[in-house]
Design a binder for this molecule. Structure first.
Ligand code: 0L1
Ligand code: MG
Length: 257
């Protein structure tokens, strides 16, 4: 049976070289949740020691639509590093395995917050801004197929994300009520609302803090959190364009070359 360190090597190499691998639970079907998060942590440590910086967290599988799409019924978290944050709205298909794009919102934090079962009121007091965001996910597993432990170890399929230019003050908008229409090559493919993310995107941060508090961790000032998708993810290839139209709040587009 492979050791945790062999899995870290396998996952980290697949992430950096953009190659598809067999599910790691094929060689260790008894992998635990704690071991899966440890593989995630250590593989991201390798990326950080290769000159990237840790900038925050993502929540994954926060909607029923997403859970049904991938057949995993549990919310999970992943780690975000600065090389994942896009500085222009283009990705290259050849730099990915089988990329998918999904509409999200992101929170930035002005103060530290940690703890279990916090209220929305307590979490909002630490939030600085809310941004529109598009996440590009790219599972390192063959055929985008995995179990809960596999996807946790693979950093919740994170690869890139784009944030809108406009920060929104948290209190100006009811983030559960926001609507999004997702266009794939000009055709409307999905529609969603903020409430698709655990009834309200702030609940996703509460859930993240519940998960982190089991490990004695929390959110630090200056970090950000991608809250989760409002619709299914759109599978893309070279030449495609995905636009998420959030109505009066604005829109975000990613071009795939
Ligand atoms: O961001 C997400 O919800 C993705 C979590 C992992 C599952 C997937 O790759 O679709
Ligand atoms: Mg996502």
């Amino acid at each position: 049976m492979s050791t945790i360190y062999e899995f870290v090597e396998r996952v980290a190499t697949a992430q950096s070289e953009k190659t598809a691998i067999e599910k790691i639970t094929n060689s260790n079907p008894t992998l635990t949740l704690e071991e899966a998060y440890e593989i995630q942590r250590l593989s991201i440590e390798k990326s950080i020691s290769a000159s990237n910086a840790f900038i925050g967290w993502k929540m994954g599988l926060t909607s029923k639509a997403k859970q049904l799409q991938v057949g995993v019924e549990s919310t999970i978290y992943g780690r975000l590093t600065n090389n994942m944050l896009m500085n222009h709205n283009e990705i290259t298909a050849a730099d990915h395995i089988h990329p998918r794009i999904e509409p999200e919102v992101a929170f930035t934090f002005k103060s530290a917050i940690a703890g279990e079962n916090l209220t929305a009121y307590e979490v909002w007091s630490a939030v600085e801004y809310v941004y529109l965001a598009l996440e590009v996910i790219d599972s390192r597993y063959e055929n985008f197929a995995f179990s809960l432990m596999d996807v946790i170890a693979d950093n919740a399929s994170s690869t890139k994300f784009l944030m809108g230019s406009q920060p929104y003050a948290p209190t100006t908008t009811d983030w559960a009520q926001i609507k999004v229409d997702v266009y794939h090559n000009g055709e409307r493919k999905y529609e969603g609302v903020g409430a698709a993310i655990l009834d309200h995107p702030i609940h996703s941060v509460i859930e993240l803090l519940n998960l982190l508090s089991k490990e004695g961790r929390g959110i630090q000032p200056g970090q950000l959190v991608l809250a989760g998708a409002m619709t299914d993810a759109v599978a893309v290839k070279a030449g495609d364009t995905v636009t998420a139209d959030y109505g009066v709040l604005g829109s975000l587009t990613i071009n795939v070359k």
